[in-house]
Design a protein around this ligand. Structure first.
Ligand code: CP3
Length: 362
C-alpha cells in the first residue's frame, strides 16, 4: 500500500498531546453535514447509509468542509455515523428524512439479543469505514489530520433500545433497573466492538479518535459511574494498549460526554488526552476542576451561530479568553453544528478562534 502523504498541519495533534502551541486549533462536530449546500447536492442522489458505505462518497463529503474553509479548519472527521456499530451487531437502522435514525425492530427485552450476531466480525462488517479512511488520508494530501470515531456504549445501548431519538430515554433507563445483568452484558458487547473498531480505524489511517457519549447527561452522577464511566475507560485503556502492541501510533483520544458536567473530574483520570465540553460548562470552571491534566475542547453553544456576525465574534473571543492564554484548548462547538446555520457564520467563528488565540499567545 502506498505511504500516506506527509502531514503539513499537525497543530491539533501537538495540542492534543498537551504541548504548547502557537494558536488554538479548531474543528467542528458535524462539520461535514447538512448546513453545507454541497452536502445536499450529493445527498439528493444517495441515501445516508449508502454514502457511509461507499468510500468514494464518504471521502468526498469528508473533504467538503476542508475544501470550503481551507486553513480555517485544523482537522477533518471521517463521514460516517455512530450507528454503524448497532448495524454491525446485526440490528437494522434506517435514516428517515425529518425524523433521524430509526430502528424498525429495537431491543425490547434481553430475549432480543437472539437477533444480534453472537460473534461480530468487526473488521469485516465495518471494512467500508476503514476503506473510506484510507482513501481520505490520501485525498487529504496531508492538509489536516483525520479523526476516526465511535459512539460510547451507553449512548449506543440507548439508541438500540429506544429505537431512535427520545425525550426521556425511559425505555433505555427502565432496562437499567429491570435487567441489570443484561445491561452490563450489552454494554460490554458494545465496548468490545468499539475497541476493535477504533484500533482498525487507526490501522486504516485515522490520526486522532473521538468517543461520542451524546446521551451521558441523561444519567445522573451515580448511574454515569456505573453504566458509562467504566466502559469509556475500558475503551481508552484497551485501545491504547492494543495500538502499542500492534506497533501502531498511539493516537490522541477525546471523550465527549455531553451533559455530564458532574463527571468532569472523573473524565480527567481515564486516559483520554482531550475532554470535550458542551456549552453549559464555564471554561474557567472546567480548567479549575481538571487542573490542566487534560486538554479541553469546545464549547460555544451551536445556536450562537444564528447571532449577528459581530455577536459571534464577541462570544468566540470571550470563549477563547476564558480558556486562557496558557490553556490547553482545542476550538469546537459545544455540540454538532445545526443544519440550518449559514456556512458564513461558521467561517466567522473559525476565523475568530484562530486570530484571537494567536494574538493572545504572542
Ligand atoms: O461531520 C461529522 O461530524 C462526521 C460525521 C458524523 C455524522 N454523525 C454524520 C451524520 C458524526 C461524527 C456523527 C455522529 C453521531 N451520529 C452522533 C454523535 C454526535 C452528536 O451529534 O451527538 C449521534 C448521536 C448520531 C446519530 C444520528 N445520526 C442522529 C441523531 C442523526 C439525525 C439528526 C442529525 O443531527 O442529523 C444522524 C444523521 C446524520 N449523521 C446526518 C449526518 C450528516 C444527517 C443525515 C441526513 O443526511 O439525513
Amino acid at each position: 500500500m502506498a505511504a500516506f502523504p506527509p502531514l503539513k498541519n499537525d497543530l491539533i495533534i501537538r495540542a492534543s498531546r498537551g504541548e504548547k502551541v502557537e494558536r488554538v486549533p479548531v474543528w467542528i462536530m458535524r462539520q461535514a453535514g447538512r448546513y453545507l449546500p454541497e452536502f445536499h447536492e450529493v445527498r439528493k442522489h444517495h441515501s445516508f447509509f449508502e454514502i457511509c458505505r461507499t468510500p468514494e462518497l464518504a471521502c468526498e463529503l469528508t473533504l467538503q468542509p476542508i475544501d470550503r474553509y481551507g486553513s480555517l479548519l485544523d482537522a477533518s472527521i471521517i463521514f460516517s455515523d455512530i450507528l454503524v456499530i448497532p448495524q454491525a451487531m446485526g440490528l437494522e437502522v434506517q435514516m428517515v428524512p425529518g425524523r433521524g435514525p430509526v430502528f424498525p425492530a429495537p431491543l425490547v427485552t434481553p430475549a432480543d439479543f437472539e437477533r444480534m450476531h453472537k460473534h461480530v466480525d468487526v473488521d469485516k462488517e465495518l471494512d467500508y469505514v476503514y476503506k473510506a479512511i484510507t482513501l481520505t488520508r490520501h485525498k487529504l494530501e496531508g492538509r489536516v489530520p483525520l479523526y476516526g470515531f465511535t459512539g460510547a456504549p451507553w449512548t449506543l445501548m440507548a439508541y438500540m433500545i429506544e429505537g431512535g431519538g427520545s425525550k426521556t430515554l425511559s425505555k433505555a433507563k427502565a432496562w437499567l433497573w429491570q435487567h441489570p445483568a443484561e445491561t452490563h452484558d450489552l454494554l460490554q458487547r458494545i465496548t468490545d466492538v468499539a475497541v476493535t473498531f477504533l484500533v482498525g480505524q487507526v490501522r486504516a489511517g485515522a490520526q486522532m479518535l473521538q468517543v461520542f457519549d451524546s446521551w451521558a447527561g441523561e444519567l445522573g452522577p451515580y448511574d454515569f459511574k456505573k453504566y458509562s464511566l467504566p466502559y469509556i475507560k475500558q475503551i481508552s485503556t484497551r485501545v491504547k494498549k492494543e495500538l502499542k502492541e500492534a506497533g501502531l501510533d498511539v493516537v490522541p483520544m477525546t471523550i465527549f460526554a455531553k451533559g455530564a458536567w458532574y463527571a468532569l473530574e472523573d473524565l480527567t483520570n481515564i486516559e483520554y488526552d482531550v475532554v470535550s465540553l458542551d456549552w453549559t460548562i464555564d471554561p474557567e470552571y472546567a480548567r479549575k476542576v481538571t487542573k490542566d491534566q487534560v486538554v479541553l475542547q469546545g464549547n460555544m453553544d451551536p445556536n450562537t451561530l444564528y447571532a449577528p456576525f459581530d455577536t459571534i465574534r464577541e462570544t468566540a473571543t470571550r470563549m477563547v479568553k476564558a480558556f486562557g492564554k496558557d490553556s490547553k484548548h482545542i476550538g469546537n462547538l459545544g455540540h454538532g453544528i445545526l443544519p440550518t446555520v449559514d456556512p458564513e457564520a461558521l467561517r466567522v467563528y473559525l476565523e475568530t478562534i484562530q486570530t484571537v488565540s494567536a494574538e493572545i499567545r504572542k
